[in-house]
Design a protein around this ligand. Structure first.
Ligand SMILES: [Zn+2]
Length: 245
């Protein structure tokens, strides 16, 4: 097996890099040489080419309620991962401004010229949240190619993928998606967990449901047949219950 590289990154990035590298090694998906796959473009990148990504832009966190601010660190509320410089720049330029609007105005309705980008922004947000929670084991499937393609080409029409991408949108009225004024997270039994993102699916569903605050998005289940649900109170990517069909 390839040796873990000597890396020179600030501690947070190094920790995330290690987690991503280890998972790819376990899956037998490490690129040749060293480095890891950028979660969005899936291109092998060395650690020098990766940058820290705030899944929810930090500016959008200004709209989090006080109770949430007290309970979670800024990084927790934002959700961190690594992206290559190119994907990080594209997300920052094309999608983060829309994501910020979603958080600023919970019933944000995009203008006609924003609709395509809003849908892509929401899927990108859900995709990265799912990656943070579930890791490569979830995203390394061709079923998610349309999400990645959509991300990379901001001006194209979003892929029409039928049932897989039913985007529920804002559901403040859903008691499971909203808790005490803030959408905390729940495991598969509906118990509250301490994560800021929730991924949920039942065995009969073709989709997984990703909840981020007041936003819920459906994405396809991995064709690896791997599902979901982290145990309450555990860090992301460490104790995903694997159920291989
Ligand atoms: Zn990339």
């Amino acid at each position: 097996m390839t040796d873990y590289p000597n890396i020179d990154l600030p501690p947070t990035e190094a920790k995330i890099f290690h987690r991503m590298w280890t998972e790819l090694a376990q899956l037998g998906q490490l690129p040749h040489g060293y480095g890891i796959l950028c979660p969005l473009c899936l291109i092998p990148k060395s650690h020098e080419e990766l940058t820290l990504e705030h899944i929810i832009p930090q500016r959008a966190l200004r709209h989090d309620p006080e109770s949430l601010r007290r309970a979670h660190s800024l990084n927790d509320r934002s959700g961190l991962t690594l992206l290559c410089r190119s994907c990080n720049g594209l997300k920052g330029k094309c999608y983060d401004p829309i994501i910020e609007k979603m958080f600023k105005t919970p019933k944000f309705a995009p203008q006609p010229h924003e609709q395509k980008r809003e849908l892509k922004a929401r899927r990108t947000l859900a995709y990265l949240a799912a990656f943070r929670e579930l890791g490569y084991q979830y995203i390394l499937t061709s079923r998610l190619d349309p999400v990645r393609q959509d991300f990379l080409v901001p001006l194209s029409s979003p892929a029409n993928t039928g049932l897989y991408f039913i985007s529920i949108g804002f559901n403040r009225d859903d008691p499971h998606a909203y808790f005490d004024g803030w959408c905390d997270t729940f495991d598969e039994k509906g118990d509250q967990t301490n994560s800021v993102f929730t991924c949920y699916s039942d065995p009969t569903s073709e989709t997984i449901q990703i909840r981020i605050r007041h936003i819920t998005v459906m994405l396809p289940k991995s064709d690896r047949g791997i599902v979901l649900a982290r145990k309450p109170g555990t860090p992301p990517n460490t104790s995903v219950n694997l159920s291989v069909t």
